[in-house]
Write a new protein. Structure first.
Ligand code: NAI
Ligand code: MG
Length: 381
């Protein structure tokens, strides 16, 4: 008996600048993964971004949100353009999507692949393999607050940070699930000594949720100390769970440690089945290099790998990760003309390696661990 064909519907949102360039490379890699692993995708192009906004005035129309809801995942490039006031597209599209799709978790692997240069002297790949689980919906980013006496010397700004049991518990539970299929260590990163009220809620979640995962060791680190430990002792961390603001900051530090913008990947996950998850390289639209073939597609390809893990294609996810890691390991530089190959050519190299299975396997691939976690969430175990 042959297995039924697996089909996934993907919304492709290339965006602006280098977004379409790295997304095209990732789609070539997806073609290769489909051929080798025997699944298919139905792809819908969604033309959001600067051009669409300038010609129609639309950022994220309701009809588009509804259309995106009908897909299994969103593959996102980057958004932002010098032709549009900064913030309009970023807030109106990316942040709006994260909110409307209830993308509760921002997942950011910090892994130094073999052969990738890091600015941290002496750091080796064996010592740097962690995942940051950032709560993606609230904290200081709920945009609650007020200003009085604006523009005077008496101006007062109140900016609130909102933490609910609902969001914190689900982020912490997801982090425990991930730790369970990895090295079984979960660290809470916060500032409980100063942000006492929010700290109590996060600490309670670590204790109460942790009771359900007795084989996961737990640990705590203040966010300021994290900024010292992450670059110098990354081996201390396996899974790290943190709030929205701290997560925003420490994940950028993580990206630098792992080799920079060109190689860092991310996922915005809906873990409740109430919306569509979105996968994107962490870099922006890089207008300074757009149109030249100078963008490194590794971040986009690793985001594709994460998407495949999320869709349950664990083997394909691991193969794409391995191929992207093998190709960047051979580059003389990670960005620009010095890479020695264009974005398209690098996409082709990664695709070829996926097709022929020639890349050495990446041990403990987060991308395939994610497939396990998502399967557990789907069957309610
Ligand atoms: P950026 O990430 O686009 O670029 C920063 C620097 O890194 C540039 O010099 C760029 O050439 C380089 N770079 C970025 N990605 C690269 C890649 N894959 N390969 C080689 N080099 C790469 O950040 P920037 O310049 O601050 O922002 C540009 C636009 O992107 C703005 O409109 C910004 O708002 C937007 N943006 C969008 C994001 C998103 O779509 N998620 C995230 C960050 C910024
Ligand atoms: Mg950031």
């Amino acid at each position: 008996m042959t297995e039924p064909q697996r089909t996934h519907s993907i919304a492709v949102l290339p965006g602006d600048g280098i977004g379409p360039e790295v997304t095209a490379a990732a789609l070539a890699v997806l073609d290769a993964a489909q051929e080798r692993f025997g699944f298919t995708t139905e792809r819908t192009d969604v033309p959001l971004g600067a051009d669409h906004y300038l010609s129609t005035g639309e950022l994220l129309p309701d009809a588009t949100v509804e259309e995106l809801r009908g897909h299994d995942a969103i593959l996102f490039g980057a958004i932002g353009s010098p032709t549009v006031t900064p913030g309009i597209l970023e807030r109106g599209i990316i942040l709006a999507l994260r909110r409307q799709m209830e993308q509760a978790i921002n997942l950011r692997p910090v892994r130094l692949y073999d052969g990738v240069p890091t600015p941290i002297a002496g750091l080796t790949p064996e010592r740097c393999d962690m995942v940051i689980v950032r709560e993606n919906t609230e904290g200081a980013y709920v945009a609650q607050g007020s200003t009085v006496h604006a523009g005077t010397s008496a101006q007062v700004a109140v900016q609130e940070s909102v933490n609910t049991w609902y969001a914190v518990e689900r982020a912490v539970d997801f982090a425990f699930r991930l730790a369970s299929v990895r090295r079984k260590k979960l660290t809470l990163c916060h500032k409980t000594n100063v942000l006492v009220e929010a700290g109590k809620l996060w600490t309670r979640a670590m204790e109460e949720v942790g009771a359900r995962y007795p084989d996961v060791e737990t640990d705590y680190v203040h966010v300021d100390a994290m900024c010292m430990h992450l670059p110098v002792n990354p081996e201390r961390f396996d899974v790290v769970v943190t709030d929205n603001l701290f997560g925003d900051i420490v994940t950028d530090l993580g990206a630098v440690v792992q080799g920079g913008l060109g190689v860092a990947a991310s996922g915005n996950l809906n873990i409740a089945g109430t919306g569509t998850s979105m996968f994107e390289p962490i870099h922006g639209s890089a207008p300074d290099i757009a149109g030249r073939g100078w963008a490194n597609p590794a971040g986009a390809c690793l985001s594709l790998s994460m998407m495949l893990g999320h869709l349950g294609e664990g083997e394909a996810a691991a193969a794409v990760e391995a191929a992207a890691a093998a190709v960047v390991a051979q580059l003389p530089a990670l960005a620009g003309a010095e890479m020695g190959a264009t974005t398209e050519e690098l996409g082709r190299r990664i695709a070829d390696l996926v097709r022929d299975g020639g890349a050495p396997a990446v041990e403990g691939s987060l991308m395939s661990q994610l497939a396990q976690v998502m399967a557990g969430l789907r069957d309610g175990s």
